[in-house]
Design a protein around this ligand. Structure first.
Ligand SMILES: [Ca+2]
Ligand SMILES: [Ca+2]
Length: 115
């Protein structure tokens, strides 16, 4: 993440970090990062390599082992109700994770590994 150290003192304060990250989120580079990252995760989670992230695969990815909660999150992310997540739905979930300010967004469950 370039240009974080706004006052060039060699120290990145939390404030500079947040400002830098907020600015970075609005660049084309971030969109590229988001796509590459979500494809990377998709390929890792799609263990049977059928191009679909199915519920069982999804449960192996998210932090919770609570099946009811997993189903709730999965169904919320499965926006076209196809019964599996495709690359676009996963990309949307990641974008939502970085941009949402809704603490109840299902995307927040994606990275709560310490829950
Ligand atoms: Ca699969
Ligand atoms: Ca779907």
């Amino acid at each position: 993440m370039p240009h974080c150290d706004a006052n060039n003192d060699g120290v990145i304060t939390l404030e500079e970090y947040i400002t830098g990250f907020e600015a970075w989120k609005n660049t084309p580079e971030f969109e590229t990062f988001l796509r590459e990252y979500s494809n990377f995760v998709f390929d890792a989670v799609d263990t049977n390599k059928n191009g679909r992230m199915e519920f069982d695969e999804f449960m192996g990815f998210i932090y919770t082992k609570d099946k009811a909660l997993g189903e709730k999150v999965f169904n919320a992310l499965d926006t076209d109700k196809s019964g599996y997540l495709d690359r676009n739905e996963v990309l949307t979930a990641f974008r939502e994770f970085f941009f949402t300010e809704d603490p109840n967004s299902p995307a927040n469950y994606l990275f709560e590994f310490n829950g």
